[in-house]
Design a protein. Structure first.
Lengths: 334, 327, 335
């Protein structure tokens, strides 16, 4: 899959703050990321790392008490954060669509899935209801559901089928970017496998880019071209799927990769990562990972490590004092 | 793994410090309740002032509310702060002493209703099955009975009813709604894993209800109590206004009754009915605010805390910068 | 009949739980006559041994959670027996053994946020079971035991943790408290129903390692999960369930490295392996998971199996022993 050079989506130094009575929690902390047309980028991390918050920011979906307080999000050169309501409406779903974790939360339980597909089409395109209905049937076939299910209600479908419907709704306007936030976490492993395989075929066929958010590194390794690792709101490592899974450099990434026992590998005692996730209202001066890192020293405690390029490829980035860069230092403001 | 056998690390279980701990926790809880919750502050102030004033009646007025102390229908003056009734009784004293009666009845009725609704609702929700069906059938019947007409008929049947009977009437007809609320909340808790864990551990059903379930319902109980008090004040005033209460007892409702029967409105003695009416309304407002504040505590999303203002200010700043940069 | 017990094996000396032909039906409606039932568990047998873990793996609807709850006596078996040290635990006449069983078999749950009561602190959560089962324990002794338990599950500083409320702890810490609570009751067997699936990935191993340490103290585990990799990591033996039936079981390595039942093969192949994009050929037909009723016959996987034979829809296949500790129920191996 050839990746064109001009990025489709450019997240530039974005910060998202949650305003609370006890102070501001910075859920996304100066994160920059590019997604190219047709590319699949994975964003991995655990609860509280900010990956879902970042996903919502891309479509400017945040409400109080969340606030996108800094940065730009450029889609094909246009800043989404500067768009007014009309432009946002035209942008959302046409250019970017989202698939959420729990299909039952995304589907309206009192409307048939056919009506929901038709609603989406009619909201964005100037076609007749009959044409919209035909489009809906076409999309259902694309995701492997018989068109007669257009008349079914969400509760009449199984979990896997509901998630397929949600994917169909996301695809129906042929967006250039689909953001998937833990789309298969709530599903059984066999159903998950079927859906991931179908997603791959759809991606090959329609050529959309995917931002795939999950905590399951193994799954992400299969579908993603590049993977970014987030911790406590900061992007701590970025690289190709192979580099992240097999040549990780950041201690957190290494710990994360080691947290997945394998089915076929050797059976050794794994340790995971000691400690607890960081409380975003009480962030330390230096590296956010210091309390859980075995390599931590005084430099780590006092100075926030910048995200720097560690190989010759500009997209291999690591934020750790203990990792030696081999080339140009690309400094991100801390 | 070393086990802590150092006894100095064990917390002292002496009664005195347990009490201090309890007081400290109470203070912390109160602080948390009032912080950023204007409804709580204003509501407590109103209700607290009225209750304290009624309790301190002998200190605030030296006039007997039942005796004639002036000419009939005197307007408010320095001598009679709220004027006098047709029979020449001091309205200010009547408000204070009458408040004692009204508030006692209201709180008693609320207490009865809350206790019954708690017992019925929680038992029904926890036991399920036949017990649930029977209790809910009874609750639904009581719920459907028209409240005020029933009260009127009962009061008329019993002749002139004193405050005690009114309190019991209101209490035993006003529990049904609360019972349903308690039941649904109990059902929600009942299937949580900590209840199953308690059952598997061998905890008795009674202890599960009192120690595990009911503490989770505290804010509902408080809200129900406040809401029922509000209802009881209005219902009692209504009954007495219609003449079904004991007209010889001074209370806010009977003050309205006497004001009406002495044609105060027609002769222009507005203070005769405005004062008790205003006090009832004020008390009602205070209770309603307390109710809102309790809701906000149990559901933080309802809060209108200071953070919203901060958020709006930050958003305006950020938007201005973006628009500036765009141009 | 029983297949795990070899014929000449002596009565097991260590404490153990033996489940024989467990059947659990649930009513689908509340009709008085002609009630319809669904069969959640169909003739399942297994042994839980002290100091060892048995993983029960399956997808939703497989009946694995129902098995665990039946073992906890939350559900009454429709038929079949559960024995603890050769005593039938559902025998209503034997009250003493029922109470003993209740003490020794405890459960921990999937949701760390639901398993603790938010209005009570940790000390209360651990002191209550101690008081119930040791009514004569004094105040100081009780406190000491609470501290010991908190430290046993790896939470420190213990005294500060005891004063905390559940919402002040993270998911992993709450799950440790749930394990401590099971120990406080006096559990010799812990039924763990998906104990780590709602925890952060980096925390999961900490909990699994804690449970592995407890195995050394003689605690037996029933580990219910949909995650086969952790089943292999933690449990010595694994059983695979599909629609209420146990289709393959035995030593974890045998079952996961050399699966024989078509369903097990499907399950193992579906697991993502770090970064390896496999070319998967279709391993099963697409069909809905059937709703099993008491009248249903045959193998539940028959509708989806690519190697289905006529006898598969007639009756449930008998047990075939493939190796010393590897059993399967499939007509492909019937000899």
């Amino acid at each position: 899959m050839s990746i064109s050079k001009q990025p489709l989506l450019q997240i530039k130094d974005v910060c998202v703050d949650y305003v609370t009575d006890n102070g501001n929690a910075r859920a996304v902390n100066h994160v920059s990321l590019d997604i190219h047309p047709g590319e699949t980028v994975g964003l991995a991390g655990e609860s509280g790392c900010g990956k879902s918050t970042l996903a919502f920011a891309i479509s400017n979906l945040h409400n109080a008490p969340a606030l996108i307080s800094h940065g730009e999000i450029l889609f094909e050169g246009r800043d989404i954060l500067k768009m007014d309501d009309e432009q946002l409406r035209a942008f959302r779903w046409n250019e970017t669509a989202m698939v959420f974790q729990s299909a039952m939360n995304s589907l309206n339980p009192v409307i048939t899935i056919g009506d929901q597909l038709v609603d989406v089409v009619l909201a964005h395109k100037d076609v007749t209801p009959a044409e919209a209905y035909a489009k809906g049937e076409e999309l259902l076939q694309v995701v492997g559901i018989h068109p007669s299910r257009m008349k079914s209600y969400p509760h009449q479908l199984s979990g896997g089928m509901r998630q397929r419907v949600v994917i169909a709704i996301a695809l129906i306007l042929r967006p250039k970017l689909i953001i998937m936030d833990e789309p298969t976490t709530a599903l059984d492993v066999v159903v998950e496998r079927d859906i991931m395989d179908e997603l791959f075929q759809l991606k090959d066929k329609f050529g959309f880019a995917i931002l795939f958010i999950s905590h399951d590194l193994g799954l992400m390794g299969e579908i993603a071209d590049r993977i970014g690792i987030m911790y406590a709101g900061k992007l701590v490592e970025l690289g190709t799927a192979d580099e992240i899974l097999h040549k990780a450099q950041h201690p957190y990434t290494k710990g994360l990769v080691r947290s997945f026992p394998t089915i076929h590998g050797p059976k050794v005692r794994l340790e995971g990562i000691p400690g607890n996730p960081l409380n975003l209202l009480e962030t330390p001066e230096g590296c956010y990972f210091q309390a859980r890192c075995s390599l931590c020293d005084s430099e780590c405690i006092n100075n926030m490590p910048p995200l720097i390029q560690t190989q010759t490829e500009p997209s291999r980035l690591v934020a750790c004092h203990k990792v030696q860069p081999t080339s140009v230092r690309v400094e991100m403001p801390a | 793994m070393t086990i802590a056998t150092d006894l100095t690390q064990l917390s002292p279980v002496k009664t005195e410090s347990r009490f201090m701990n309890f007081l400290k926790k109470l203070k912390d809880n109160l602080a948390r309740y009032y912080k950023g919750n204007p409804a709580a502050i204003i509501g407590s102030a109103i209700v607290g002032t009225i209750i304290v004033a009624c309790l301190a009646a002998p200190l605030l007025t030296d006039k007997d509310p039942n005796r004639r102390v002036a000419r009939g229908h005197q307007p408010p003056s320095a001598e009679l702060w709220f004027g006098s009734t047709r029979a020449g009784k001091d309205i200010f004293s009547q408000v204070l002493y009458g408040g004692r009666s009204s508030l006692t009845v209201a709180f008693t009725a609320a207490a009865i209703a809350t206790i019954v609704s708690l017992l019925v609702g929680v038992t029904s929700g926890y036991m399920g099955g036949k017990v649930d069906e029977v209790m809910m059938a009874i609750t639904n019947i009581v719920l459907v009975l028209p409240g005020i007409p029933l009260l009127i008929i009962l009061a008329a049947l019993l002749g002139e009813v004193g405050p005690v009977v009114i309190a019991m009437l209101l209490g035993f007809t006003g529990w049904a709604w609360g019972a349903r609320v308690m039941r649904s909340q109990t059902l929600a808790i009942r299937n949580k894993e900590f209840i199953i864990a308690a059952e598997v551990m061998g905890e008795s059903k009674w202890r599960i209800i009192t120690v595990e379930i009911i503490p989770n319902l505290i804010s509902l109980v408080a809200g129900g109590f406040v809401g029922t008090t509000l209802y009881a004040i209005g219902a009692q005033a209504g009954l007495e206004f219609l003449g079904l209460g004991d007209a010889s007892v001074v209370s806010w409702g009977t003050m309205l009754y006497w004001a009406q029967s002495s044609a105060a409105f027609i002769v222009g003695a507005w203070w005769d009915f405005v004062v008790p009416g205003a006090v009832i309304a004020l008390m009602g407002a205070g209770l309603a605010l307390l109710n809102i504040s309790i809701d906000q505590v149990s559901n933080p999303k309802l809060r209108t805390g200071a953070y919203i203002k901060i958020w709006k200010r930050m958003k305006a700043d950020v938007d201005a910068k973006r628009r500036g940069a765009k141009a | 009949m029983s297949v795990q017990r070899q014929q000449d094996e002596p009565i097991i000396e260590k404490p153990s739980i033996y489940v024989e032909d467990l059947v659990i039906d649930f009513a689908l409606d509340s009709a008085m006559f002609n009630k319809k039932y669904m069969r959640a568990v169909n003739e399942v047998s297994f042994i839980l041994k002290a100091g060892e873990a048995l993983a029960v793996v399956g997808e939703s609807g497989s009946g694995k959670s129902t098995c665990a709850r039946a073992l906890c006596r939350l559900y009454e078996p429709t038929s079949g027996k559960i024995y603890m040290q050769d005593v039938d635990v559902n025998d209503k006449k034997n009250k003493l053994s029922q109470r003993q069983y209740a003490k020794e078999v405890q459960m921990i749950f999937q949701d760390p946020f639901g398993s603790l009561n938010t209005v009570h602190n940790i000390r209360h959560h651990l002191a209550r079971p101690l008081k119930i089962h040791h009514p004569h324990m004094s105040g100081d002794e009780l406190e000491q035991r609470v501290i010991e338990l908190i430290e046993r599950v790896g939470l420190s500083p213990a005294k500060q943790t005891a004063d905390k409320y559940p919402h002040e702890l993270s998911g992993g810490q709450r799950q440790r408290v749930a394990i401590a609570r099971a120990l406080a009751v006096g559990a010799k067997f812990i039924l763990a129903d998906e104990p780590i699936s709602m925890l952060d990935v980096s925390i999961r191993l900490g909990i699994l390692n804690l449970m592995a340490d407890m195995k050394k103290d003689g605690i037996g585990f029933l580990y219910i999960t949909h995650d086969i990799a952790t089943a292999r990591y933690f449990a010595e033996r694994t059983a695979v369930m599909y629609v209420g039936h146990m289709v393959e079981w035995g030593n974890s390595d045998s079952v996961t490295q050399n699966p024989q039942h078509p369903y097990t093969q499907l399950l193992i192949s579906a697991v993502p392996e770090a970064g390896i994009r496999k070319e998967r050929k279709a391993m099963a037909k697409k069909a809905d998971i059937p709703l099993w009723k008491p009248e249903s016959k045959g193998c539940p996987f028959a509708e989806r199996c690519l190697q289905v034979k006529p006898e598969c829809s007639q009756a449930m296949p008998p047990v075939t022993q493939l190796a010393e500790d590897h059993f399967v129920r499939c007509y492909l191996y019937e000899n």
